[in-house]
Design a protein around this ligand. Structure first.
Ligand SMILES: O=P(O)(O)OC[C@H]1O[C@H](OP(=O)(O)OP(=O)(O)O)[C@H](O)[C@@H]1O
Ligand SMILES: Nc1ncnc2[nH]cnc12
Length: 180
């Protein structure tokens, strides 16, 4: 692991048995509070994506917004929030998905992208991959292209990143944690 990945990983707090027994919750709030580390994280995403000819960042509700907004701003891209069901006021497309704990639906406005737009899908963490996969399906449904899915954290033991790769998506995560 690079020194950068290690530094990011060390700034993440693990809260055992939250929000339910057996879940090791990987909490990015301490990382965001560290202004030097937060800046380094966003700068690193900017560096990674600045030459990928992207049109938009699709940022997933809610923790994905925290990363997607500064990245889209810095790269001069559209910001497209992918929202939990029932929050978007205009015509929507909807996708259901299963979570590590529970299930949910996410939505996009039907006019979120132009056909052929090159889109980065952004979230804080990949666990089962259900949320990312649902977001990717919505992007594709609107005739846009998923260039990569990106997160701070991958939990490889939950199989989400492998599932996303098997579905044909390029996956990037800054660091990994074992187990749940
Ligand atoms: O890979 P998966 O199994 O789909 O899990 C990952 C998702 O779960 C968390 O979001 P959560 O739904 O808890 O919402 P929040 O961002 O509003 O806290 C996390 O921020 C990812 O979006
Ligand atoms: N273990 C975990 N930590 C933080 N967010 C999550 N979302 C799904 N699983 C999670």
């Amino acid at each position: 692991m690079s020194a950068y990945s290690q530094e990011i990983r060390e700034a993440i707090r693990t809260v055992p048995n939250w929000p339910e027994p057996g879940v090791m919750f990987r909490d990015i709030m301490p990382l965001l509070q560290r202004r030097d580390i937060f800046r380094k994280l966003i700068d690193s995403f900017v560096h990674r994506y600045q030459n990928m000819q992207l049109d938009a960042v699709a940022a997933i509700d809610a923790r994905g917004f925290i990363l997607g907004a500064p990245l889209a701003y810095e790269l001069g891209l559209s910001l497209v929030p992918v929202r939990k069901k029932g929050k978007l006021p205009f015509d929507t497309v909807t996708q259901e998905y299963d979570l590590e704990y529970g299930s949910a639906s996410i939505e996009l406005h039907t006019d979120a992208f132009a056909a052929g737009d090159r889109v980065l899908v952004m979230d804080d963490l990949i666990a089962t991959g259900g949320t990312m996969l649902a977001a990717c399906e919505l992007v594709r449904q609107l005739q846009a292209e998923v260039v990569e899915v990106s997160a701070i954290i991958d939990l490889p033991d939950l199989g989400g990143s492998d599932k996303l790769r098997a579905a044909g998506f390029d996956v990037y995560a800054v660091c990994e944690f074992d187990g749940h």
